[in-house]
Design a binder for this molecule. Sequence first.
Ligand code: ZN
Length: 316
Amino acid sequence: MSIPDFIQSVCRDIQRGLAKSAIDYANLGLNKFHTTWSPSAANDQIIIGTLAISVEFMIKALLTEYDICLLYLDIPIELKLAFHIPEKMPEKAPWKLYEYQLKSSNYKTIGLPECITYFGILFPDQKQKLGSHLRFLERTRNLALHSTLPAFRQYELHRTIYLTLCVYDTLFKREPSLFHSYKLTDNEKNKLFLSSFDDLRVDRVHKAIEAARLKANSISGEKATISVDDWTVMVVECPICGNDALLFGDTQDDWECDEHTEILSLTFLADSLECEFCGLKLEDAKELELGGIDPVQDRSELADKWMEEQSQEESY
Ligand SMILES: [Zn+2]
């Protein structure tokens, strides 16, 4: 076998292995949820941990499909060259050893946080919809796999399942052959789950607002204010208690150019809200809308600060 063919077959094996594991873990977690989960079964941790691995592997399968080097934090220079210019490589190199090392995880691969960053860049239109759920999974993954999860609301389990199905759907739409012949089972149950997750959103928001209203009635004194300096957080007035609340999401720049000028506008795409005073929590962009908060906020008043920070970053 020629060196290019050999390299191609190693990459294909690794990508296929990741795709298979991603789907196997997803089916395992989803099936456990559909068949054995109940509030008393207390198996949330297993399901959340299994699905966290699945999401990570799905994104890794995509990255490996595009460029296997994206999968690794660091690999020897010989392998970087071999992956990018296999036809230029000498025949006399320990190729079999490299294959063994790549397949036996000798080289450290990226983790879930890096996978989430890649996902956000490759699918910017999904960031607002899935951002808060991805951050939740990032915070929870290691606890689920290496420790004990604190008492969970049923919602935390549901948002993990929702995220897994949405990530699968997003990747599959972009690259229909990404998972080869490996497929999610329980399709009807997954579909039913997705529609009930949406239906229950109205109920969740209603309950969150009622609970916040009750707590707000006991708050007295001057309006509490908060100050933050971050492009992923902004302060808004809480729709329930009127104090400052934190809106989470991301700031996006948009340039409008004509012949003479360039105008920068900044938009904040919000994906969740937390008020520490009345306890209101709205957990995704649709919940924000239901709670009366516009998930798309204009932040153009900070354009000068944005430009200043960008020019500082570029000068490094
Ligand atoms: Zn509040």
